[in-house]
Write a protein that binds this ligand. Structure first.
Ligand code: DX5
Ligand code: ZN
Length: 224
């Protein structure tokens, strides 16, 4: 449905060298993934608006902000103002998810809704006609470097089937544990947006690693 895209996650890079870390990726990827964690929605605290500002100054392309925070509507506008081009949030910690989707769209950014590995698609069914991206966590949110949870694969397939049967166009984003092997499984199941932290930033040749993942996804992805 959408051409496959790899989104390197800066959670896995050397933050002391943020600008230098992402620079080699500018020719091969359009979008970086930026994980905001508050120590409440997940057991970890990562970074917020000031670091997004530093990244905005260093990166010419798109910035996909993933809010793993409670009460996302409290901070969403600040991330839009700070340069996000897409913002995803987890609806179970938002009082009025539909209103936040509408507000973000009105602000001119793409919008995603996220599901933890154990949460079924039904939880976001009402929102899917109104969002740009369905973010399916393929690890338990909170940390980079975890193993891909293969039990999420059927949900990727369900999302793909639902998208087609309902005539919708949202991207199916997978986030967590994407490697040269699991990118193939996720693409074959129906995903088209692939977040990759460790498998890009732990590689000697980051641009090469990202391009290799993209090529594997393109070869494996469903034609329908
Ligand atoms: C996990 C984050 C992911 C993470 C992915 O909570 O949402 O975006 O950075 O990192 P890897 O690819 O190392 O699993
Ligand atoms: Zn993420």
């Amino acid at each position: 449905m959408h051409a496959p895209e790899i989104l390197p996650s800066v959670l896995a890079c050397d933050l002391a060298r943020l600008a230098d870390e992402v620079a080699p990726l500018a020719g091969v990827t359009r979008t970086l993934h930026f994980d905001v964690m508050d120590g409440r929605y997940v057991d970890n605290i990562s970074f917020g608006q000031p670091v997004l500002g530093a990244l905005r100054a260093a990166w010419p392309g798109d910035l996909d902000v993933h809010l793993m925070i409670v009460d996302p509507s409290r901070y969403a506008d600040e991330f839009v103002a700070g340069g996000a081009t897409s913002v995803a949030f987890h609806p179970e910690v938002e009082d009025d998810p539909a209103a936040l989707v509408a507000r973000l769209r009105a602000a001119g950014v793409r919008v995603g809704v996220g599901l933890r590995p154990e949460h079924p698609l039904e939880r976001v069914a009402d929102l899917l006609p109104h969002v740009d991206t369905l973010l399916l966590m393929t690890v338990n949110p909170g940390f980079a470097g975890q193993a891909f949870l293969t039990e999420v694969l059927p949900k990727i397939g369900e999302a793909h089937a639902l998208r087609r049967s309902a005539g919708l166009t949202f991207r199916i984003q997978v986030d967590g544990g994407v490697t040269a092997a699991t990118v193939v499984d996720a693409a074959a199941a129906g995903a088209d947006w692939f977040v990759a932290g460790t498998s890009v930033f732990a590689a000697e040749d980051r641009a090469g690693a990202a391009e290799d993942l993209r090529a594997r996804a393109a070869a494996a992805m469903r034609a329908d």
